[in-house]
Design a protein around this ligand. Structure first.
Ligand code: ADP
Ligand code: MG
Length: 518
């Protein structure tokens, strides 16, 4: 008798073949279904409550999927698609998730008809190539300038609780922010910070040509506002060097004690005068400034912030052009940065430092205001999306019409290309086109149009004009050229959404065996 051979650990669970496939597909589709209704300018929001009762209200696909705490491994892959899309481009997350769900749904039908998963995977890849060509074909002009960038920013923010009145102002701020930090056509998104404050209206949101630090002065007697400031960024503790103080003294009289203390205080005073003599008006210190040194700095009329977070100190340095100093013993003028103004503002019970750099500040801050915490948080996410799309548009220099128009063109091109594909793969190429068509269909549905009528009209309009989208208008929508209402998306967002959705769907399709450890 032959002994049975155990390969897997006891208790592990194994699902194979079509069972594994349909469970994975169902999980993937469920994820896509969860975000579908949030797509587009009239998309609805989701309220997510976590186990500790914290509430997030959002329209942002990546946020929804991340907060949902999804466990199914295949569903998790779709969440990763959304997260990657969010990280790389900051927008298009819902589109990517809906698209992968659709690709999986169509694949399921093909599997039921007996098409082999490999044929589907190959067909999807061929369709993707056609789709990317179609996106390139939709790129508008070659000049991506201020007006177009503002439109791109505004398109990314519509439906995200910004309100129509403030959207154009916010778009302007975002474009200014990105333009300010662009260097050689490249944008480091870390140079655009957001700082949120609950209170006031969204319209009070502003762009600070520098940084906002959640800090208060190290001493109450320091000035609260300094103009044309020379600033120093110090990464050393500002106090008597402890090594020297501890060296054993034997104190035998009151006079000696006094002398020792005076010597120490002299040293503290010397730290303050060294900085003051170097012309420093403002100090940001990433380590501790002792109370006594702070008092001397205040006497010298210097505004100083102690224990500032390293990352904040770094941004402050980039905003002002200051070098980071490891010691204050010999500060050179070249080490100092300049700020047009540094001021301490009080909002409610909190104080913070607003640092206006100069015209060539390499760091800017979107100072986000709004009535409640939920509003501010959603506004911050909307602004981050907008920063993402403007960055993508600036770096890539390519913009396509939004509102589903790019997808309509993709559908047309992929369907036309399907004829040239032989065998069963052709079915997969057609299925890919159907899946992409779900984007304009969902947009139409979400603005309250009849989806079937909308698709028919989209095809007819595209055939006639070469461009057709679902234009949201008032409480409903119509089919037309998105340019008429200024809806544009970066081509990079469309490309990435198509690529990552295809990748996730095909990866899930290739799985025919799920082995789960207990
Ligand atoms: P995503 O997470 O994919 O960015 P959104 O909810 O932001 O999802 O919706 C994006 C889609 O909405 C894009 O196709 C974009 O072109 C479209 N869109 C944005 N503004 C409008 C508008 N005013 N009318 C119609 N479609 C719009
Ligand atoms: Mg968006």
């Amino acid at each position: 008798m032959q002994q049975p051979l155990y390969v897997l650990a006891e208790g592990s669970e194994r699902t194979r073949g079509s069972d594994a496939q349909s469970s994975n597909i169902a999980a993937g589709r469920a994820v896509a279904g969860a975000v579908r209704t949030t797509l587009g300018p009239r998309g609805m929001d989701k309220m997510l409550v976590d186990t500790s009762g914290d509430v997030v209200v959002t329209n942002d696909g990546a946020t929804i999927l991340t907060e949902m705490d999804i466990e199914h491994p295949a569903a998790q892959m779709l969440v990763e698609v959304a997260e990657t899309q969010e990280e790389e481009l900051g927008d298009g997350t819902t589109t990517a998730a809906v698209l992968s769900g659709e690709l999986l749904g169509r694949a399921e039908d093909l599997l039921e008809d007996g098409v082999h998963p490999t044929a589907i995977v190959e067909g999807y890849h061929e369709a993707l190539r056609l789709a990317l060509d179609a996106v390139d074909g939709m790129v508008i002009g070659d000049e991506v300038d201020g007006d177009l960038l503002r439109a791109v920013a505004e398109s990314a923010m519509t439906g995200k609780g910004t309100g129509d009145v403030t959207a154009d102002r916010l778009a302007e701020l975002v474009v200014d922010a990105v333009t300010q930090v662009t260097e050689d056509g490249r944008v480091d998104r870390d140079d655009i910070r957001t700082f949120t404050w609950t209170g006031g209206s969204a319209a009070a949101t502003e762009l600070v040509q520098g940084v906002v630090l959640e800090e208060e002065p190290a001493n109450d007697n320091m000035p609260r506002r300094v103009e044309d400031a020379s600033v120093a960024v110090v990464d050393a503790k500002l106090d008597v060097r402890s090594g020297e103080v501890d060296s054993e003294y034997t104190i035998t009289s009151v006079d000696q004690l006094d002398a020792a203390l005076t010597a120490e205080d002299e040293e503290r005073r010397a730290i303050a005068s060294a900085l003051s003599d170097a012309g420093v008006d403002v100090i940001v210190c990433s380590k501790k400034i002792s109370d006594r040194v702070a008092a001397h700095l205040a006497d010298a009329g210097i505004l100083a912030f102690s224990n500032v977070k390293k990352s904040d100190a770094g941004s402050f340095a980039r905003a002002t052009g200051a070098s980071r100093l490891g010691t204050v013993s010999d500060v050179e003028p070249a080490d100092l940065g300049t700020a047009r103004e540094v001021r301490v503002e009080k909002f409610g019970d909190d104080e913070f430092a607003v640092v206006e750099g100069t015209d060539d500040s390499r760091t800017v801050t979107l100072f986000v205001r709004g009535g409640t915490e939920h509003v501010v948080d959603e506004l911050e996410r909307a602004l981050e999306d907008a920063v993402g799309v403007v960055t993508a548009a600036v770096e890539d220099g390519a913009v396509v019409p939004g509102a589903g128009a790019a997808e309509v063109a993709v559908v047309d091109h992929v369907r036309a290309g399907a004829n040239a594909v032989t065998g069963r793969k052709q079915l997969a190429v057609e299925a890919f086109a159907d899946a992409v068509e779900a984007i304009p269909r969902t947009l139409a549905e979400n603005v309250g149009m009849d989806p079937i009528d909308a698709l028919v009209e989209l095809r007819a309009t595209f055939d006639r004009d070469g461009v057709a989208g679902v234009v949201a208008e008032g409480q409903s929508g119509r089919i037309g050229d998105p340019a008429e209402v200024g809806v544009y998306d970066p081509a990079a967002v469309k490309r990435e959404a198509l690529e990552s959705a295809t990748e996730a769907a095909t990866m899930i399709l290739r799985i025919d065996d799920v082995i789960a450890a207990n």
